[in-house]
Design a protein around this ligand. Structure first.
Ligand SMILES: CC(C)(COP(=O)(O)OP(=O)(O)OC[C@H]1O[C@@H](n2cnc3c(N)ncnc32)[C@H](O)[C@@H]1OP(=O)(O)O)[C@@H](O)C(=O)NCCC(=O)NCCS
Length: 130
């Protein structure tokens, strides 16, 4: 896709942007932890995880992030940038190694996006939520 790039995240420069994307209501609703993450906690946690993140740049703007943690992929875009093929293109850019994702069954656009990028459904994840 034209005008699309990934930038390796840094700690201090990207912590707030990642939190802003992560704390959007619809992103939280599609996450396993649906709570708002407080800034101070995020900054403590992000110090040990920022290297797992790449910032998605589209037309010179930061529009979301993709995270790969031990092969587990998560991705989120700001609302105005969804359903234009950006997510699928980003997933296709991810390099080597086995990758997997756990996606809520209700999250049709995410399921579709991962499948369009070559991920296959290999089973069910069963979860009991409090
Ligand atoms: C999930 C997400 C990253 C996908 O990125 P995206 O750029 O919007 O995805 P794409 O445009 O590449 O692909 C979306 C696909 O879902 C399809 N789709 C969207 N809504 C749908 C619905 N309700 N039912 C079925 N398919 C749907 C689109 O048609 C498109 O498929 P197509 O290209 O074959 O037409 C983005 O929507 C997002 O940030 N969502 C909020 C955060 C989130 O849920 N993250 C995933 C957690 S695992």
């Amino acid at each position: 896709m034209k005008d699309l790039a990934l930038k390796q995240a840094g700690y201090a420069q990207d912590a707030d942007f990642v939190l802003r994307v992560r704390n959007q209501k619809d992103v939280r609703m599609n996450s396993w932890n649906q709570n708002i993450i407080p800034k101070a906690r995020h900054w403590r946690w992000f110090k040990d995880h920022y290297y797992e993140y790449q910032i998605i740049i589209y037309k010179d703007k930061e529009v979301g992030f993709v995270r790969v943690s031990d092969g587990d992929v998560s991705i989120a875009l700001l609302p105005g940038y969804r359903n234009r093929g950006i997510g699928t293109s980003v997933l296709k850019l991810l390099g080597g190694g086995d990758l997997f994702a756990s996606v809520r069954f209700s999250n049709k656009s995410s399921l579709c996006c991962f499948q369009n990028a070559g991920f296959c459904n290999v089973g069910y994840m069963l979860r009991r939520e409090e």
